[in-house]
Design a protein around this ligand. Sequence first.
Ligand SMILES: [Zn+2]
Length: 361
Amino acid sequence: MRKMTKIIISAALATALSFSLIFSPAAVASSANDPVAEFVTRLYQTALSRQPDPAGLEYWVNRLKSGQISGAGAAYGFIFSEEMKNKNLTNDRYVEILYNTLLGRRSEPGGKIYWLNNLRSGMSKFNVFLGFAFSAEFSSLCAAYGIKRGDVDHLPSSAPANWPESTDRLIDPSKPMIALTFDDGPTNFTPQILDVLAAHDILATFFLQGNRIEKNKSTILRAFLEGHEIANHSWSHNDLTAMTASRASAEVKDTCDAITSITGVPPTSFRPPYGYTDSSVNRIAAELGLDVVMWTVNSQDYSIKDAAEIYDRTVARVSNGGIILMHDIQSVTVEAIKLLIPKLLEEGYQFVTVSELLLYR
Ligand SMILES: [Zn+2]
């Protein structure tokens, strides 16, 4: 069993190395009163998307300082924690968290698809974890905090009992795909849209307006738990390019934080209001780990009052890899997607989230 694991690791390691982008120790230097505490704080932030509680922080710092566990052991403790299990992560999110937590960076498409394919073909989440934990990049990250990474024999030999394995659906990259996106919500129309999506068993992406999040928490949690992508559309829906950089940054960051407080997972996609962006707004997004996502088909559901007309206009413009812009703020959109979704399924489109689309197209 152990031998098998090692073979898988070496293949994984080769891949991890070929995509290597060494973690920069400079990122740590400024906060280094107690590097071990900083290391643990970082694990809370990247793996669990929250600040540490004092008891938890002390527990992990003591275990690391006493040599009871290594850096890899601490990472195992966070990745295979009850709190993580309760997040019920898709493979996509699981792999992204491993990149962030163990490599200190976002994924690159080639590497991420490699790991997703391994999970789909039956590799356990534990073995994928080993691929990251025993990479040169994680060694560098640990070293930056003065921590020994440790080796494989000091880790448990599997995930905890009954650890949930693959929860991903299959996407066929050779088939046409399309992303439905809903902006400016959530509103009272969002649950109706979720009902239509559920009836067809498809996923979409919701670009949330930050100042509508507090009143619609249960809708957001429902959308997230049903597998939809929860994305960022700024706080107040004003033109970010007309603001100071610090105000625009707060618009985006506050919305990220509000989403994370509900889903436990930071968003990775951002659409600026009206599609207005510039180099400053793009930089703000990049600093928050967000891809800037526009659209290829404007359904004009905000101005056209007739569902059949929205349907005709949209069907005439869709193509493989397209992103359809809609708004979950009015009933005509609910009626339009009841026409649109069956038609596009009939034409052979797979409905994907924008993150999935960016990965495969
Ligand atoms: Zn908008």
